[in-house]
Design a protein around this ligand. Sequence first.
Ligand SMILES: *Cc1c(COP(=O)(O)O)cnc(C)c1O
Length: 495
Amino acid sequence: MDLVYHSTRDTSLRYSPSQAILSGIAPDGGLFVPSFMPVFPLPLAELTSLSYQDLAHVIFKEFLTDFTEQELRDCIRVYDDRFDTPVIAPVVTAGNVHYLELFHGPTIAFKDMALSILPKFMTVAAQKNKLENDIIILTATSGDTGKAALVGFADVPHTKIIVFYPKNGVSEIQERQMVTQKGNNVHVIAIEGNFDDAQTKVKELFADQELRQELAAHGLQFSSANSINIGRLLPQIVYYFYAYGQLVKDGKLQLGEPMNVTVPTGNFGNILAAYYAKEMGLPVGKLVVASNENNVLSDFFKTGTYNRNRDFLLTTSPSMDILVSSNLERLLYHLSGNRPEVVRSHMQSLSKEGMYEVAATMLEEAQTFHADFATEEEVAAQIRSVKEETGYVIDPHTAVAAVVADKYQQETRDQSEMVVVSTASPYKFPEAVVAAIDPTHTPESLLSSLHAVKKWSHIPFPPAIKEALDDPILHETVVPVAAMKQIVRQKLNIS
Ligand SMILES: *Cc1c(COP(=O)(O)O)cnc(C)c1O
């Protein structure tokens, strides 16, 4: 029986992998989940010799059952030349943890791991389903996703991408990265409002029937590059297997011995991929969920109650400032024993009351997870102490995970090797890194912060930083939230 996809809210319908990728989200609002969890088909010993690309092929073949060998190879080729190291996802040991560096792609944040290949998946899926329309990717970003999606989709035939970002809600580097984006199919628009305003409006536009009909009349249709797309989840499974292989190869792990992972978590996509890797047979011990002060998830894993009714806090790890972690819905489905009625009732109560409580049996099933959070003071102290003790410089998102990994090890005395997932280059958040390492230093400018990061990390400016600083600004449109629909029409020439 071939693997297909179901909605987390209704298992009666079957979707092919390519349909699931094109749709992004199921028609009933649920997320696509595989009809069964495939087992990793090779002996684990092979992990020490497979290239990243070959490993990706082995894993994608299990999940993308309607893609041919050749189509998979063509997609995977994006990893050949877009990353600054042939290993794609290196593991660096510093102190008593191993950092899995996922920031060697074109935008120096981990979103590249999936967003570089998603456009390829979509193009193949469109051909397979004989789609005649061009695909319009519409997305709201709080920073990292926007740039990674822009780079991924730039000049991809039969696609266009429109990115909305909050004018005063992203860092200077993030804004410069987006407004300098080249490509004849890209549109970057700042809005006068915050990320939530942008996100809510984008969701409205997706559901807007009038707009859909106008698009269809012009041979266009929307799709989503959001992290709920199964095409973003699958590429993230690969690097957990790859990290394990590297640790075994380096003699830091015995074959078969469990490794723990700590993941700085926002929308729950990255850590869900680690859970999938474990379910496929990778020897993963604890899955440690690390949150910043927006600690909805750590409360959930401790108490079984998910409650978004609280203040939204702005932190130095903005990509994790989130109160509704969409991908948790997939975990609920799996923990409930694949019961869509359980998911439906929790999601209903989340949208009505902003909270839900899972059964004790489900919380019991979730014991393979451990969750905790880091305060802003702890994050800064961690960046400083890691630098002082090991010379290694980490960004604030990675530091959240490092704090929580330390707490976990101290509380439990679990001696297993710990992998801390490093989701952004310190160059992406230079102001926070500088403030943490040298609180007496008052940086006069972005450039002086970047130079401080360079001095401490001994890493030359990545191309992404040079481009952000030097490339001409190509996008200057700023609109009020109320004008978002009209600007979409205008940019697509359908008004
Ligand atoms: C998106 C992001 C995260 C959160 O990842 P999720 O998959 O949403 O949990 C963490 N760190 C950085 C730097 C990110 O860009």
